[in-house]
Design a protein around this ligand. Structure first.
Ligand code: MN
Ligand code: MN
Length: 457
């Protein structure tokens, strides 16, 4: 099988690299689900998307070509481009998640230990904890004050900013540690972030902590109690960068799943007056089970469709159910890219490779396909036709060898609403590590594939 690099002409090559510049910018600036949502809304507004809540307030009726977004708590977003056909005849849906593995600050994070001040964390999602130490980290998130104000925090991204980080044990004294299994080399309660070491003058108790609290108060207007109502995430500091001497790849934090979120978003923004209504969902909480008000299992999505029906046709429960059942979905989530350093975890015929295009996973799950959404071959045949007619390069894969492990996505949740769903995304190396890697060719084919799905399915 050829790669996109053998297929692209000069103009396509240029378009691919340019598209990836936009992507690098997005993931360099957006490192939390909130930042991803707010930035996606800013971009969508420039493309003429209107807030659903404003339309409801004004009783505005929806017509083909109208563009609408719905924001759920700044952490979950739904976008629609109204089709020529009625909404109740079904939508073409792209769904990606915008939460990524990271370290969340605990509600009472700060403590002093022998002149050093640290912040306690609780890891979020599936991480190899030993990967998150001895590397510069940034603090992103919000602090909500009792008076209703909300402070946006980004520390560690500007060149002039300080960074923070978690220590690792020096090799010289690691005789015991090096005997431990990987899961125990660095343990969850040891993921403490070092944030300061200068004591406040004339302070008896916890002088360094006092000094840090003074800085937090003066610089950011944060008091110690405010951490109780904060959502602060410790993430790798720094921008996404070109990877490889030929610049064919991108290394960055949070490719899983912002690479599919960005490409799905761009495909949706570039669609005009499609036959069926286009829908793009960017969800939170996938990495911890898709639960909660902003996860895929939330009623938010169904509620949004109900409101859209009320503004475009008329709402009834039956019509809502018919709309969902008539819809088709690409669960846009990443796949595991072949890694020459670890070939044994894959079965080579059914493995995703860099540069071979958007990757369809008929099923994910683990063991005997446990917990998987197994896409119908009828649906896959339709997709093959759409992709081939749009000249989109695609590949198919499984997540590793049988019984090697596995994973899940949001696919089954939408499939539970009785629609056709398949996992379709971009292959990633180092998945869930602080710095993940993707191929620029796959990013571009992902965008092209999503757009073809919205326009032609
Ligand atoms: Mn994912
Ligand atoms: Mn993941």
């Amino acid at each position: 099988m050829k790669t996109v690099w053998e297929k692209y002409n000069e103009a396509e090559m240029k378009a691919c690299f340019e598209f990836n510049e936009g992507y690098k910018k997005y993931i360099s600036e957006c490192k939390t689900e909130r930042e991803c949502t707010i930035e996606a809304i800013e971009i969508a507004k420039k493309y003429g998307f209107a807030d659903l809540n404003d339309l409801i307030k004004n009783g505005t009726k929806l017509n083909p070509g109208d563009k609408v977004y719905v924001n759920n708590r700044d952490k979950n977003l739904c976008l629609f481009v109204m089709g020529k056909k009625p909404l109740s005849e079904g939508m073409n849906i792209l769904g990606a998640h915008i939460d990524s593995p990271r370290l969340d600050l605990k509600q009472k994070p700060l403590y002093e230990d022998h002149g050093l001040v640290l912040m306690d964390t609780h890891y979020y999602g599936g991480v190899k904890k030993y990967q998150w130490v001895a590397t510069p980290m940034a603090i992103h998130g919000v602090v909500c004050k009792k008076d209703g104000t909300k402070l946006n925090v980004v520390i560690g991204e500007k060149d002039s900013d300080p960074v923070v980080g978690i220590s690792d044990l020096l090799i010289h004294l690691s005789a015991d540690q090096m005997q431990k299994p990987g899961a125990k080399v660095v343990e969850g309660e040891d993921l403490n972030v070092l944030v300061g070491s200068i004591p406040a003058k004339d302070e008896e108790k916890d002088p360094v902590k006092t000094a840090i609290l003074n800085i937090l108060k003066e610089t950011y207007n944060i008091e110690e109690d405010d951490f109780i109502s904060a959502e602060l995430e410790i993430v790798p500091a720094g921008a996404a960068r070109d990877y490889g001497l030929d610049r064919s790849m991108v290394i960055g934090y949070g490719h899983d799943d912002r690479v599919c979120a960005y490409t799905s978003l761009m495909a949706t923004l570039d669609v005009t007056a499609p036959e069926k209504t286009s829908c793009c969902i960017l969800v939170d909480k996938e990495e911890v089970g898709s639960i909660g008000a902003t996860g895929m299992q939330s009623r938010f999505f169904e509620n949004a469709i109900a409101e859209m029906l009320a503004l475009s046709e008329d709402y009834s429960d039956l019509k809502l159910r018919r709309t969902l059942a008539a819809s088709k979905m690409l669960s846009s989530d990443v796949s595991a890219a072949y890694d020459p350093n670890y070939p044994s975890v894959n079965e080579i015929k059914n493995t995703a490779f860099f540069g071979r295009g958007i990757c369809f996973n008929k099923y994910t799950g683990s063991r005997g396909k446990g917990g998987c959404n197994d896409a119908s071959p009828e649906f896959i045949a339709e997709l093959r036709k759409v992709m081939e007619e749009a000249d989109v390069q695609f590949q198919t894969a499984e997540l590793g060898r049988v019984d090697q492990g596995g994973g899940g996505t949001i696919a089954y949740i939408l499939a539970n609403l009785n629609m056709d769903v398949i996992d379709a995304g971009i292959a990633v190396q180092n998945m869930h590590a602080p710095w993940e890697v993707v191929s620029k060719g796959d990013v571009y084919e992902g965008y092209r594939g999503y757009k073809a799905f919205l326009e032609k399915m």
